[in-house]
Ligand binder design. Sequence first.
Ligand code: ADP
Ligand code: 5GP
Length: 231
Amino acid sequence: MSLVFIISAPSGSGKSTLVNEIKRLVSQLDFSVSYTTRHPRGSEENGRDYYYTSRDVFERMIRNGEFLEHADVFGNYYGTAKKFLDDAIVRGHDLLLDIDVQGASQLQRRLPEAVSIFILPPTRQELENRLRRRSSAERMTDEAIIKRRLETATREIEKYEKYDYILVNDRLEDSIDALRAIILTERLRASDREPSRADELKLAELAQAKKLENVRPHLGPVLESFRKSTV
Ligand code: ADP
Ligand code: 5GP
């Protein structure tokens, strides 16, 4: 049976960067390309980053029951088409979904066995820096958008307890290692095997350290940096 990995993060935390690295490092893992009504950003491409559609087409797909989940994020629709899961199952691959907290909660009800991972920035200030760096690289700095993303992040971050694993994306290399360890360890568990080889034990230990219950005691400073801020 295919495993489904759900990854959520406040916009700007580094989720796309991490997911792109994982694409290179983990085999037999499919990535769902979401549908969205937002416009392409920077060097994004239709069919690779998203399928960009009109609201009319998106609403017709909702009526036809083509989505596994969908949500309104920042005033645009985003949705995961059912066909990605069906195709992954046929191929015997696992599936990774990059979706927001609303979509994740719909999917957790629908697929309770899915493995969920929440990515957090180290602090609110660092999230703001990343959002600003990205938008200036794309020559699209819009203060209203940055402010809105930071406000949304403050709300989304409070949902962290709904996820199985928490990754605070501080050093990128560490986060890549941890995400890979989570995926490989969950695969091992799904195949009913205990980690036995040295490399498997190391991965299992790394994954275990990112379980919600093990990360929770260290999250105080991250959460405080958002709660203190008035944006
Ligand atoms: P998201 O997909 O979560 O919206 P991105 O992957 O686009 O975020 O990352 C936002 C910005 O932060 C990008 O400019 C990216 O290069 C940068 N970034 C990602 N991870 C890190 C990290 N660990 N440390 C510093 N900068 C990072
Ligand atoms: P962005 O516009 O920055 O690419 O994405 C904005 C938000 O929409 C991110 O939190 C991203 O995870 C989320 N998102 C992307 N695709 C989907 C999807 O198919 N469903 C849902 N619910 N959220 C999505």
